[in-house]
Design a protein around this ligand. Structure first.
Ligand code: SF4
Length: 476
């Protein structure tokens, strides 16, 4: 999972880029980067958080009224400077690109780019595949007289060739600003606009929350396979260049996106309230009668409080969170994840002691974090611990840019509900029902492959084997 932003208009963009990336920091904490353009590309990228990467001296030299930014959580490739986005190439025109997502037919693309177009890839980041495929398509056009139609046909060919889930923003030097998504719109990208005394500013971001901070008005989400090109005269050209159905990631609503973001006209917080209420049925069916409902801060708050409302049971904040420690889900190793949980969460004894506690988390991935939480609550004196997962059992790895785990590490892919409950040490375990979730979103055509195993791009065996091999190699 990564976060991307891009701005173009009548003002310098560097401050919007840095503030936008700060608002998206929850989407990636490994590295950050910005490219702006005036007469040349200006680049600053490094490993670390946004506030660590960009200092005053960098902001002074990131000149230009057009630019893109990226925060990275490593999904493909290693976490080293070489792989930090944005990437830029000098031909044709000069292209600088960022993406959020994952390319799944990377072997085939790598081969084609080398054997047919003689391009050697320099990194293990799949952004290069998108960038070079687009560059190769543009090169076939009459570059002196490049038309809007040429740009759209180049993007359409890129979307047809590059399989996976991705949202991208590209600066085409001296030509304009190009934005497109994969043919099924798996990853999020939203457009915003701001009127300034100098003229219009256009913005694109992974989440609308960026625009709230920066005073942009949200225009709307990019549709599957949609391309937007803003030319040098600030004319906006939109075209659906390659659509193959629709499969937006349901996990954005469950965990990834910030609660104050609106995606495809749905406020994330409201979706979590609805999902929280849906859990009540499963708790009643199991005959559980908790004294209190608590959440695992911070992503489970809306699930837990809505569930409590539905069951008419008090909601309490039973785990206190240290906000200065990163997200456990996106910490790269199990050891780091456990360390993060241990240091991040502290049970409030006076609230927990002697109670039958239902603790709500957004999901269960490997089960080790949940196990640790149950242990913490028992130590704090809970009489019973019921573990409630707002997501259905995660049985399949994500191949579209979310590094959850490989199949053998996903506890629900190996064990049934009772076994998972035993493993995490809970008195009972309740999952969200996949059937209820699918019924709730039946009109929305969402991707739910990590629960159902139905990958919207089709056959995924080869890519699943690849991530399995990569994971095994990294453990050696
Ligand atoms: S597999 Fe899961 S996490 Fe990945 S895009 Fe689909 S719903 Fe989202």
């Amino acid at each position: 999972m990564c976060g991307i932003v891009g701005f173009y208009g009548h003002r310098e963009v560097v401050h919007d880029l840095v503030l936008g990336l700060t608002a998206l920091q929850h989407r990636g904490q490994d590295s950050a980067g910005i490219v702006t353009f005036n007469t040349i590309f200006h680049v600053r990228k490094a490993l670390g958080l946004v506030k660590e990467v960009f200092r005053e001296e960098h902001l002074r030299r990131l000149k230009g009224n057009i630019g893109i930014g990226h925060v990275r959580y490593t999904t493909q490739g290693t976490n080293e400077l070489l792989n930090v986005q944005p990437f830029a190439v000098n031909y044709p025109f000069g292209l600088a690109m960022v993406h959020n997502g994952n390319v799944i037919n990377f072997k085939e693309l790598r081969k084609t780019l080398y054997e047919e177009h003689h391009r050697l890839l320099e990194t293990s980041n799949d952004l290069e595949l998108l960038l070079y495929t687009l560059a190769t398509e543009l090169e076939t056009k009459d570059l002196k007289n490049l038309t809007i139609d040429d740009i759209f046909t180049s993007v359409a060919a890129t979307q047809q060739k590059v399989r996976g889930g991705y949202a991208t923003i590209t600066v085409i030097a001296n030509r304009g600003f190009l934005v497109f998504t994969d043919p099924q719109g798996i990853r999020p990208l939203v457009m915003g606009i701001r009127k300034t005394p100098e003229g219009i500013m256009y913005g694109f971001a992974s989440e609308s929350t960026c625009f709230d901070y920066l005073g942009y008005e949200t225009v709307g989400d990019l549709e599957p396979g949609q391309t937007i090109f803003i030319d040098n005269q600030m004319n906006v050209h939109k075209h659906t260049t390659c659509q193959q159905g629709k499969a937006f990631c349901i996990f954005e609503y469950i965990y990834f996106a910030r609660e104050d973001s609106v995606i495809h006209n749905r406020l994330v917080a409201s979706e979590r309230v609805k999902m929280g209420k849906m859990l009540a049925k499963n708790i009643r069916q199991k005959g559980l009668e908790p004294d209190i409902i608590i959440d695992v801060p911070a992503s489970a708050y809306f699930f837990a409080s809505a569930l409590a409302e539905e069951l008419n049971i008090p909601y309490r904040r039973g785990l206190s969170k240290n906000n200065h420690i990163g997200r456990s889900f996106i910490s790269p190793t199990q050891k780091e994840r456990e360390h993060v949980v241990r240091n991040k969460l502290n049970p409030i004894k006076a609230i927990i002691q002697g109670k039958k506690v239902a603790v709500v988390d957004d999901s269960i991935v490997r089960g080790t974090t949940s196990k640790h939480l149950v242990k913490l609550l028992r130590r704090a004196g809970a009489e019973k611990v019921y573990f409630i997962s707002a997501a259905p059992p995660i049985k399949n790895p994500c191949i579209y840019g979310i590094d959850m785990a490989i199949s053998t590490e996903l506890i629900a892919s190996q064990h049934n509900e009772d076994e998972v409950a035993r493993f995490i040490g809970a008195d009972a375990l309740v999952y969200q029902s996949l059937h209820d979730l699918q019924t709730r979103y039946q009109d929305s055509a969402l991707c739910d492959a990590c629960f159902s195993g139905h990958y919207p791009t089709g056959e995924a065996t080869e890519f699943l084997q690849h991530i399995e091999q990569e994971r095994m190699a990294s453990k050696k």
